[in-house]
Design a binder for this molecule. Structure first.
Ligand SMILES: [Ca+2]
Length: 107
């Protein structure tokens, strides 16, 4: 299948710029989009793991800060939910690292 090019929405898919969008162009665009999608997914998972780690590191600081400012009720509430929060955040970070290691092993 060959589609003649007129400046159109599909011009960006003509990767080899020969003026036609052929099957090879479509396959190349498909592969390129798969790579870009995988890269975006990995980036977002990495961000999620980093936010979880930063949150875990800052959690004790938040407790100390609320106690220092005089928000003793907030400090108590933060302390009460700490075990649940740490398990959840460690799960996110650990899952990311485990999946990353597993995917690298398969490559
Ligand atoms: Ca082409």
């Amino acid at each position: 299948m060959v589609v003649r090019k007129k400046e159109s929405l599909f011009s960006e898919y003509d990767l080899d710029k020969d003026g036609e969008i052929d099957l090879q162009d479509i396959e190349n665009v498909t592969k390129l989009e798969e790579i870009q999608r995988a890269e975006r997914r990995q980036r977002h998972q990495r961000y999620m793991a980093w936010y979880a780690l930063v949150g875990m590191l800052n959690y004790p600081i938040a407790i100390i800060f609320t106690e220092w400012v005089g928000l003793t009720n907030a400090s108590k509430l933060l302390t009460d939910i700490a075990p649940t929060y740490f398990i959840a955040a460690a799960g996110v970070a650990g899952a990311f690292m485990g999946v990353s290691a597993w995917m690298n092993r398969n490559n």
